[in-house]
Design a protein around this ligand. Sequence first.
Ligand SMILES: [Zn+2]
Ligand SMILES: [Zn+2]
Length: 242
Amino acid sequence: MKEKRPSHGAAPRSLAVCVLEALGLLLFAAMVLDAGWHLLVQARPVAQGRSQDAWLALLALLTLPAAYYLADLLSGLIHWVCDSFGNEHTPLWGPALVGPFRRHHRDPLQITRISLLENLGASALAGDLVLWLWSPWAAQAASSVPGLAWRLTMLWLIVFAVLSNLFHRWSHLPLARRPGWMLWAQRHHLLLNSQIHGRHHRPPHRLNYCILSGWANPLSNRIPWAGIEAVLARLGIRTCFD
Ligand SMILES: [Zn+2]
Ligand SMILES: [Zn+2]
């Protein structure tokens, strides 16, 4: 099997993994569009009597900030798991998730040197699985505005969760490589701010786990991670920091 040249100190990536990630990304885009279309269809009867398009657009916009916050919190939880358990050789998720987080602690610019496919591929595959598990429930007709709003929030949340690695990557880009719009959005905390995220990069890497927008960091920093790890250790699930 052909192997791609390692450009970042990681094990070589096989062509099969690259193809799988590319298919995972394409499938994710298709599943998101399909889920969005189903939500649009479901919204018609819920929006009865109102200007449907404007009403739907407003609902989609209102659910955005909540989803952005929740996805940021989820990114922090996943980051904590990857920083604290297993190693890059752990089957399945080790090479795909644990390895990249650990390597980027040792070399913060490493995440900017990998391809976008490697940056987003594993997250997209995880997103495919979540969307597939969610689809039977999402296909049931929403009968109320809160039901529809919740489904919209969930769809945004899944999209943002997959994008979290991209926004994380952007926070590590050298300043000269960042376009003006990105600098503006990072300065105004619409994208992950580099200074805020930089605190995570100070050993022992226990602060500011959230890597999408950083909005949920004040909450994640209050979670007693060490206490949770101690409880898990008693259950036989031991931490592994490297
Ligand atoms: Zn970390
Ligand atoms: Zn980082």
